[in-house]
Design a binder for this molecule. Structure first.
Ligand code: NAP
Length: 286
């Protein structure tokens, strides 16, 4: 068996087209969607991501307002900037770029972003609303996993889904979204005993551990669909996932590539969320 490649570029293009169309209509009506990005780090990959996001936003007709703070900024400073952006009617979405300064908790700081503008689902209130089935933005990466599965017509209802990773940005929200789609969900983490035994039960396996090569053919049930969320720098500087693609492709029915899988969908989804927030500003959630 050679797994079908569950690519994300076409999915991302569709989402971007939706975002651009709504942004154009709004701008013609006198309101340009504006996304604020607060950065309090000198991390190089974060800087690269923010540049990519800003360029992509501009192409879609979204204004990206990047606020650079010191990598030593205090919780109070970051909170004040996010709270001011959240209260600003001209700002429709706000995100706090990871990582935050040492000792600070991103989820705590992101609580300053009202759920209606929390376009990357970083405020724990947003996650609570997702849990309760109320309108809210889930983290864009988690949404991207579902977009990818839907685009490639992967059935979820009644299937066994296993998520490797339990972070607030990926693992936990993905598990909630899969549960909401009637999958039977198991979440694994670094204390899971016999990981392969659990992952081999999956019809749909979502991997977000940040550990290159963690998932091999021995972890995958023949015919399963595998979504690789991991993005890790290889020794040669290239981007690799958490899944050993060469061996898993021989067992799985579908496998998302890295790069070109979840990554582009995440950026597109975040920008579409910003436009959606602009189009519905003043309405719930938040
Ligand atoms: P994270 O906060 O470090 O969380 C990693 C999770 O994986 C934790 O829950 C951890 O368990 C679990 N884990 C680590 N080693 C494991 C092992 N050997 N077996 C089982 N579980 C293990 O990372 P994250 O922010 O969720 O990101 C995960 C990956 O996704 C990273 O590679 C990141 O770069 C990538 N990512 C990609 C996108 C995208 O758009 N493509 C977006 C966000 C993140 P514990 O909880 O027990 O520590």
């Amino acid at each position: 068996m050679t797994a079908q490649s569950l690519g994300g570029r076409e999915v991302a293009a569709r989402l971007r087209a939706d975002a651009a169309a709504t942004a154009a209509t709004m701008t013609a009506g006198g309101i340009t969607p504006r996304l604020a990005v607060v950065v309090a780090t000198r991390d190089e990959s974060a800087a690269w991501y923010v540049r990519t996001l800003s360029t992509a936003a501009a192409r879609l007709g979204i204004e990206a307002d990047v606020r650079e703070l010191s990598p030593d900024a205090s919780a109070a400073e970051i909170w004040a900037v996010l709270a001011a952006l959240s209260a600003d009617e001209a700002v429709h979405g706000a995100v706090l770029q990871a990582p935050v300064p040492p000792g600070l908790a991103l989820a705590e700081l992101a609580s300053a972003i009202g759920p209606g503008k929390d376009v990357d689902g970083a405020n724990p209130l947003s996650l609570g609303r997702v849990l309760a089935g109320l309108p809210a933005f889930a983290p864009a990466t988690a949404q991207a996993v579902l977009e990818l599965l839907d685009y490639h017509n992967v059935e979820l209802d009644g299937r066994r889904a296993v998520v490797v990773g339990r972070s607030l940005v990926v693992g936990k929200p993905v598990s909630l979204l899969l549960l909401a789609r009637n999958a039977t969900v198991t979440v694994c983490h670094s204390h899971t005993a016999d990981l392969a035994d659990v992952t081999r039960s999956a019809d749909v396996l979502v991997v977000a551990a940040g550990r290159p090569g963690l998932i091999t053919a021995a972890h995958v049930k023949p015919g399963a669909v595998v979504v690789d969320v991991g993005t890790n720098a290889a020794a040669d500087g290239s981007l690799i996932g958490d899944v050993e693609a060469a061996s898993v492709a021989g067992v799985a029915a579908g496998l998302s590539p890295v790069p070109g899988g979840v990554g582009p969908v995440t950026t597109a989804r975040l920008l579409l969320n910003a436009v959606t927030a602009a189009a519905t500003s003043g309405a719930n959630p938040g």
